[in-house]
Write a protein that binds this ligand. Sequence first.
Ligand code: FES
Length: 162
Amino acid sequence: MQPSADTLRATIRKALQDQQEGTVTVLSSLLAIEDAIGYIPPEGIEAVAELAHCSENDVWGVASFYPNFRFEPPCDHVVEVCWGPTCHLLGAPNVIKEVLASVGLSSEGDTPDKRISVKFNTCLGACAQAPVMSIDHHLAGRLTPQKARRRMDDLSPAPAHR
Ligand code: FES
């Protein structure tokens, strides 16, 4: 279920306020919103423009330059599969193949029923446990294609809470 417009605005405001002073930029603000709610809604663009004293078009310019930003709410579950160098060497290509096959996708993206978003990541920061994936922000390491498939099969249809 999507939050109300007021809740969404409050969450965005808090994400922007929680940034460390001195390092606040349009990009850091967009990242803070994406971290907090998983995407950049129009309300986020508006809030960043106000904070940075620039136009919404300027903020869209920055946001649209980076392919990793989402502009629509993420699916119920977000699965990130690492394809960084360490994971790659230790078997990530077959893990990725299995994860995509388990949800019927041919590359990263959202399932048509909006249940699962699959994204590739260049390093999930857990190289010692490679190959690694993250499911709703919980890491799973030392994967084999079979283990990855079981993790995917375990995803319940109920929405995850961020
Ligand atoms: S390369 Fe995969 S976690 Fe670092």
